[in-house]
Ligand binder design. Structure first.
Ligand SMILES: Cc1cc2nc3c(=O)[nH]c(=O)nc-3n(C[C@H](O)[C@H](O)[C@H](O)COP(=O)(O)O)c2cc1C
Length: 178
């Protein structure tokens, strides 16, 4: 165990929160690349890495995405968005094809943790399994049929309004048996 590293990582996990209030400042390409590296470092079933990422920074596209996503209006003030997608052209043999959305969830959470570590803010917003949300994103981002959008992560500079919650509940833990 390395105490310093451990406490930094645990502090990062506990301070992560959904950030829905942004200053409107842009997010640099170098920050976005760091976030994408964190997303790609996530585990995946049989290490198939069946994901692809669409990064959006253009204002008119962020606004167009937000216009028809009822729970993702924070896109209007976000500096960027990352859409985590499943890519069915990846070799998904041997049962891993049923698990792509779990891989996408792990990548989404990795990105959120990296966002927190970098002093940025973001929120996980679900696209899968809502066909109307998927269709809207598919149309605006011109996704091929082989690619399924899983989540959209608006990213920006937090304006300080959002706070982490303590969700620890001892009664939810069952030791050895229910
Ligand atoms: C699968 C999933 C879908 C979510 N979809 C949305 C969404 O569409 N819009 C939104 O504002 N937050 C969304 N959230 C964020 C949750 O509301 C948030 O994680 C929860 O309220 C706990 O708050 P915290 O993230 O600050 O700990 C989603 C989270 C998950 C895990």
């Amino acid at each position: 165990m390395q105490p310093d590293k451990t406490s930094i990582i645990l502090e990062n996990i506990q301070s992560r929160k959904s950030v829905r209030n942004f200053t409107g400042e842009p997010v640099t390409k170098s920050c976005l690349l760091t976030l994408l590296k964190a997303g790609m470092a996530a585990p995946s079933a049989r290490n198939r890495q069946p994901l692809a990422f669409v990064v959006v920074t253009e204002r008119h596209k962020l606004d167009a995405l937000g216009a028809e996503l009822p729970f993702t209006k924070m896109l209007f003030k976000a500096g960027a968005a990352i859409v985590v997608c499943g890519d069915s052209t990846t070799d998904l043999q041997e049962g891993a094809s049923d698990l792509w959305y779990q891989d996408a969830g792990a990548a989404t959470e990795n990105i959120l943790l990296a966002v927190e570590a970098m002093g940025l803010g973001a929120v996980w917003s679900a696209l899968y399994p809502y066909p109307e949300r998927e269709m809207h994103v598919r149309k605006i981002l011109e996704l091929p049929v082989s690619v399924s959008p899983f989540s959209i992560i608006p990213v920006g500079h937090p304006n300080g309004q959002d706070r982490p919650q303590n969700k620890f509940r001892a009664e939810k833990i069952h030791w050895e048996k229910w």
